[in-house]
Design a protein around this ligand. Sequence first.
Ligand code: GBH
Length: 465
Amino acid sequence: MPVNNLLPKDFTWGFATASYQIEGSFDKDGRGPSIWDKFTKTPGKIRDESNGNIATDSYNRWKEDLQLLKEYGVKAYRFSISWSRVIPKGGRNDEVNQAGIEFYRKLIEELVRNDIVPFITLYHWDLPQELQDRYGGWLNKEEITQDFVHFAKVCFTSLGDIVKNWITVNEPWCVTVLGYGNGIFAPGHISNTEPWIAAHNLLIAHAHVVNLYREEFKSSQRGQIGITLDCHWMIPYDDSPENKEAQARAIDFRLGRFADPIYKGYYPLRIKTILQDRLPDFTPQEIALVHGSSDFFGLNTYTTHFIRDGGQDSDELNGNVKTGHTRKDGTELGTQSDLPWLTTYAPGFRSLLNYLWKTYRKPIYITENGFPVRNENSLSVDEAIHDKDRIEYFKGYTNAMLDAINEDGVDVKGYFGWSLLDNFEWAEGYQVRFGVTHVDYKTQKRTPKDSALFLKNWFDDHLQK
Ligand code: GBH
């Protein structure tokens, strides 16, 4: 195979998970409650009224999960730390739970022993409930900044000798828009001012964590640190000026509102113009800290949407646009998944990678990418493991990435499939399956799906030896 069909030697790949979605053991060994423990008790918020009390029981079965990672031949594993397992009440003056640290320490040591590089997310949505109750969580800039920095410091101190890749926050858009805007995620607030305040504070808290790492840990621990943002690729529905402008606006509302302050040093003009006083200002010291506060571009991406201008009455949180995946001529963009917002469209992935590289010029890690097969949850294990549509998806997306790297010159450094296991899919409960491993939630039996083997072989074939 010619070299331009290959990935560089140091390219890394693996699978991703998140603490609340897999760990279970919600009250074991001193773990304190998180906002998701509480939120899942609110009637009507979770499709099957389920929660993460047991999930995939990975707190107990982590060795088995690690075995799967080995079997799949990965070079890396991305997972998150449950803040309230490490500091049950979450705050800088609260007690640290040694058992929590020990759990992650054991897991990481075992990963390293098996040549699997850990990528750790500090915040994948499970804020200690106590911090929400005490001061409103992400709404209180001073408090959340100090507490997040303290939590990060505990992690760097106790784990940083063997962890070289840190991600501060997973998907600030979800944290702030779904958590504080439309109430679909914990803590379930509905507001048109809070999401902007929470997002602003999150950027500042993130930046302080990065600053701490760079000042106190980087020179001895020699790792990298950054943030993961999420974005679909977006295509204007047609060539009309309104829809082209709507596309640019939708990208700003999803991505630019986080990426521009971090990589360029200011909020997008479109956001300022629309929000006016509702968008907080950075002090000069704050923006100096936020600007440049990510060593890489962490990207979670799943799909592509067509974008149309939605007029003043449509959803401001998305930039007043209408989204869809049906073309003007009535044809569909790609294969429909088990979720309305997600269809396959690999060329959109390539376009997004090009856009990010051109706009921000940062090396990219794809920290999540995956596909829930339509109606998979109604299938038997024997049927579910032959996940044709997921394979088709991964085939398209990995090859699109390869072309972005080798044909277009985009600097992509790694790829993580979502997810290692079927797991607790937030508001969808256990009804939607994203795993390359099937999980029988009654017995916790894990069965590899065909897509796991597909990715193993694909990376075997495409990594320069
Ligand atoms: C990720 O979020 C999460 O990081 C992960 O925990 C989760 O399990 C995984 O994806 C699968 O869902 O308004 O059109 O965007 C992905 C981001 C946020 C994308 C919610 C879909 C709702 C529809 N998702 N969003 S849309």
